[in-house]
Write a protein that binds this ligand. Structure first.
Ligand SMILES: N[C@@H](CCC(=O)N[C@@H](CS)C(=O)NCC(=O)O)C(=O)O
Length: 205
């Protein structure tokens, strides 16, 4: 059985768990306590030299890190990763957008405000992240508002899963999603898909 090393509040780990739930893939989950440095022990650094989760450990002992690489691995050969050359590249395009333009700007305000309860100490950084985060959300809204149900083609793919994770929890970083009606409708579409699980769902293993 494959093993997923993640952490209870990690939106990056959640992406992998959400996809495995949709695909019905059984897995063992090892949830690490990140503030205690559990992702940076010598044993874990052998699995990911960057000391971060999620990490997928395959049955042959090989480790794969970077949440979007894990999504690509798990989705290969399924409808979640289109075979069509252009659609496949468009999925990669949104996975890169998610990493460069979205995650940090949405995740950091959430970390400071809702996880560390340290808003007062980070007011300037939060405002700077939110300025960039709102720009990225604007790009997503503009894409969806053109009558699109999903980010790529006519179906739910790992582009949607990657973008969904931190977008749906962005209100924990005091983002106002009321400004983005098309994003809100898309979030509800993701949540209505078969096999959907919320962030805090109890997983197998
Ligand atoms: N680009 C990476 C980011 C992974 C990441 O930042 N993981 C966080 C949890 S969401 C982590 O492990 N932090 C612990 C640390 O940096 O010590 C991915 O998408 O997997």
């Amino acid at each position: 059985m494959i093993t997923l090393y993640d952490s209870i509040l990690s939106g990056n780990g959640y992406k992998a768990r959400l996809l495995m739930s949709h695909l019905g893939i059984p897995f063992r989950r090892v949830s690490l306590t990140l503030p205690k440095g559990e992702s940076r022990t010598p044993e874990m650094l052998k699995r990911n030299p960057l000391g971060r989760v999620p990490i997928l450990e395959l049955e042959n002992g090989e480790s794969l890190y970077e949440s979007n690489a894990i999504l690509c691995y798990l989705a290969a050969g399924t409808p979640f990763l289109p075979e069509n050359k252009l659609e496949h590249a468009r999925v990669v395009q949104w996975l890169l957008f998610e990493q460069f333009d979205l995650v940090r700007n949405l995740a950091r305000p959430r970390l400071y405000i809702s996880i560390q309860k340290a808003k007062a100490q980070h007011l300037k950084e939060i405002a700077d992240y939110q300025e960039l985060g709102y720009k990225a959300l604007g790009v997503m809204e503009a894409h969806l508002v053109q009558g699109r149900d999903w980010f790529v083609g006519e179906r739910y793919t790992i582009a949607d899963i990657a973008l969904y994770s931190y977008t749906h929890m962005s209100p924990e970083g005091e983002y106002d999603l009321a400004r983005f009606p098309a994003i809100q409708a898309w979030l509800r579409r993701v949540e209505s898909q078969k096999g959907y699980i919320p962030l805090m769902a109890q997983n197998r293993g």
